[in-house]
Design a protein around this ligand. Structure first.
Ligand code: NAD
Length: 248
């Protein structure tokens, strides 16, 4: 298995791309700490995993990702439980589609706080641990809109452009510590939000995608597995598109 014996943290692991990543990592031999925003949703996710395999080595935590002290304590709990930390997947993220004239500063800050500041806080904590133990992998969740922008909700693409910048910069800074830093940029992916869109909305989107389908959460999870594995041991600082060659 590609991640045999590796220890991973996946933020936003309770549903969507994060949950698929947790499951795929477990099936590839990793031990996983799933982070969510609330105890209730973390417990539901853990229950779902237990139904599939009661022996999955997985724990659930719900630190406030924007609070460095809570993040520090949660990461310590992971290391105390599993012994080390090999992989961090910064996946938790939110979006918002208001036009600029309706977009208030509080909403802009909310997006930047989770999509950018929390990625910085978690990456910093992971880097401390990984440097000390001799290496590791940090993976960020960017988006197709980090390449093309989008015609509304400018805070979201702005945050993902920042994620790409952080990915490339930390890759250069942390390479000497044997820490690889990469990002995956999903296109439209069938998480709850997309799955609930009516056919009239989803069909034109599919028509514009050369592979003629939206992505499955597992498509993104598989890219994370590859980048986290030793098969990608000379790959760092890349933003890997997983979008069926969509261009919008
Ligand atoms: P989702 O809404 O299904 O899941 C988001 C996850 O983030 C959940 O586990 C949630 O608990 C967590 N989260 C939300 N707010 C949080 C907070 N304040 N603190 C901690 N955790 C919080 O989303 P998804 O579609 O699976 O998206 C996951 C990532 O993929 C995001 O970074 C998103 O920007 C990115 N992405 C998604 C798509 C898509 O089409 N679904 C496309 C490109 C990029």
């Amino acid at each position: 298995m590609l991640l045999d014996g590796k220890i991973a943290i996946v933020t936003g692991g309770t549903r969507g791309i994060g949950f698929a990543t947790v499951k795929t990592f477990l099936n590839q031999g990793a031990k996983v700490a799933l982070f969510g925003s609330r105890k209730e949703t973390v417990d539901i996710a853990l229950e779902k995993l237990k139904e599939e395999n009661k022996d999955y080595p997985v724990i659930g935590l719900y630190p406030n990702l924007m609070n460095p002290q809570e993040v520090k304590e949660a990461f310590k709990k992971v290391v105390d439980t599993f012994g080390r930390l090999d992989i961090l997947v910064n996946n938790a993220g939110i979006s918002q589609r208001d036009k600029i004239f309706d977009y208030n500063v509080e909403d802009f800050e909310k997006i930047m706080n989770l999509n950018v500041n929390a990625v910085f806080i978690c990456s910093k904590e992971a880097a401390h641990i990984m440097k000390e133990q001799g290496g590791g992998v940090i993976l960020n969740t960017s988006s197709m809109v980090s390449i093309y922008g989008q015609p509304s909700g400018s805070g979201y693409p702005t945050s993902k452009f920042a994620v790409n910048g952080m990915t490339k910069s930390l890759a250069r800074e942390l390479g000497k510590d044997n820490i690889r830093v990469n990002a995956v940029a999903p296109g439209v992916t069938k998480t709850d939000m997309v799955a609930s869109l009516p056919d009239a909305v989803i069909q034109p989107i599919i028509a514009g995608i050369p592979l003629k389908r939206v992505g499955e959460p597992e498509d993104v999870a598989n890219a994370f597995v590859f980048l986290a594995s030793d098969m990608a041991s000379y790959i760092t600082g890349v933003v890997l598109s997983v979008d069926g060659a969509a261009r919008s």
